[in-house]
Design a binder for this molecule. Structure first.
Ligand code: B12
Ligand code: SF4
Ligand code: SF4
Length: 390
């Protein structure tokens, strides 16, 4: 049984015990900062003002004033404890067979929000028991807080040119969780150096040019934003760059030398669920609404909804034609959802250009077009048959 500590107990003792408890609960690293106002809030505002927030712009702009300070989330906050949780499990899926679409590592396992929320709540209960009367708040994407900014201040990494927070010994494959308390704790210092040096591997490798300058991400072009957050059609000029990514993107982390020796995670909840690392594209296109819900219950992938995931699967097939998926792609071109229909129609157009089952694809597009003119129905912009401009 741990002794109950009073607020007068040396802060260093509380901090040491808190770190130990956080590691015991399964967090990988702990950093503490006494900085309460987000140190780079102006950079965040500048990013929003440049129109780089893409599909998340409305949400981020609405909460911008509250991101300015941690005191917006917990009155009287004295310490922001930032918790990193490594999540890399199996090796990269680069070069996966053509019938499959790639999922970013962070989404291979169970929904990480549930796991991290449970852990941070346990940490809060622990501190409240040790320091009676103290106030706490755990945040896992549930409230607007500049997680990377506070984690930087707490010494958990530097801002890479790919915008990821990178730890010199653990790379960037980790989640961040924030834990706020009114207990004053001794703070860690930010890292003294940025270790990117002259490297530009991430800027050079980004398939859609979403890293226009070091440390600046254009979410209107980022595959992660397009496949996870954007509902509706994806701009035709970005589709080729998406390659076989159907949910999230890890390219700018895969090429980062600091991830070569990233510690693997043995967390059962982060292991790929039913083949989540690379999903069969034809199988995805065959999912109706209830099958989609059942298949991705408890997975981060459900965020894309059936519309977004099947749209991205159709685009991946357009980029990498696979005759074994023809029947499902042809059926998707008649889906009730106009977003899926348009993406599948676009993909069939790409197969014609690539001369893969060109006659069959033309047949589908012609009958589809005839049906549309028969019923004079309206459909999503760009759903006309024919090869794409991409
Ligand atoms: C919006 C968002 C996105 C957007 C925009 C990402 C971006 N780079 O801005 C999209 C959908 C594209 C996205 C993608 C991903 N995301 Co995201 N995302 C967020 C979210 C909710 C907010 C981030 C944000 O505000 N971005 C706006 C930029 C301007 O702010 P920022 O990233 O915090 O950057 C700070 C610093 O860069 C600094 N800064 C800015 N300019 C400058 C200049 C100088 C000189 C200096 C010193 C500092 C500085 O100020 C900023 C102030 O906050 C956070 C969670 C959170 N609440 O913070 C997760 C978060 C950043 N995402 C995360 C992850 C895992 C991802 C993906 C890897 C998922 C994937 N594999 O597909 C990708 C990575 C893409 C990438 N290269 O960033 C993790 C990152 C962990 C880490 N190690 O960094 C977070 C922290 C979620 C979490 N709880 O773990 N994401
Ligand atoms: S996540 Fe992918 S698309 Fe987004 S910046 Fe990184 S490499 Fe580019
Ligand atoms: S790839 Fe190179 S430039 Fe990009 S974040 Fe990693 S070290 Fe920095």
């Amino acid at each position: 049984m741990q002794p109950v500590l009073s607020p007068a107990t040396a802060p260093a003792v509380i901090a040491a015990d808190l770190r130990q408890e956080a590691l015991r609960l399964g967090f990988s690293r702990v950093g503490i900062t006494g900085v309460i106002d987000a140190p780079h809030h102006d950079a965040f505002r500048g990013w929003l003002a440049r129109g780089l927030a893409g599909p998340m712009a409305a949400w981020l702009e609405r909460h911008e004033p509250r991101r300015r300070s941690a005191s917006e989330l917990l009155e009287g906050v004295r310490s922001v404890v930032m918790l990193a949780t490594d999540h890399a499990t199996e090796p990269s899926t680069a070069g996966v067979e053509q019938s499959r679409g790639r999922v970013a590592r962070y989404a291979w396992g169970d929904d990480y929000h549930d796991l991290l929320r449970s852990r941070v709540n346990q940490l809060a209960a622990w501190l409240e028991a040790r320091v009676p009367g103290c106030r706490t708040r755990g945040v896992v994407d549930s409230a607007p807080i500049a997680e990377r900014d506070f984690a930087w201040a707490a010494g958990l990494g530097w801002f890479g040119k790919n915008t990821m927070l990178i730890d010199p010994s653990a790379g960037s494959y980790f989640f961040l969780t924030a834990f706020l308390t009114d207990v004053p704790l001794p703070a860690d210092d930010p890292l003294p150096t940025d270790h990117c040096g002259t490297c530009t591997a991430c800027l050079d490798a980004c398939p859609t040019g979403a890293l226009p300058e070091p440390g600046v991400l254009d979410a209107t072009r980022c595959i992660s934003a397009l496949t996870v957050e954007q509902q509706g059609a994806i701009s035709a000029d970005l589709r080729a760059g998406m390659g076989d990514w159907i949910f999230g993107c890890d390219v700018c982390q895969e090429v980062c030398p600091w991830n070569r020796h990233a510690p693997g995670s043995h967390e059962p909840g982060f292991q790929p669920r039913g083949g989540e690392a690379a999903l069969p594209l034809a199988g995805l296109l065959a999912l109706d609404q209830s099958a989609f819900r059942a298949r991705f219950k408890g997975s981060p992938i459900k965020r894309a909804k059936r519309s977004g995931l099947l749209r991205s699967a159709a685009i991946a097939l357009g980029n990498r034609p696979d005759p074994t998926a023809f029947a499902q792609l042809a059926a998707a071109a008649r889906d009730d959802d106009p977003v899926i229909r348009e993406a599948a129609t676009w993909a069939l157009g790409r197969w014609i250009v690539a001369d893969v089952m060109a006659e069959e694809c033309r047949g589908v597009l012609e009958s589809h077009s005839a049906e549309q003119s028969d019923t004079s129905s309206t459909s999503a912009a760009g759903s006309r048959p024919g090869p794409s401009t991409a």
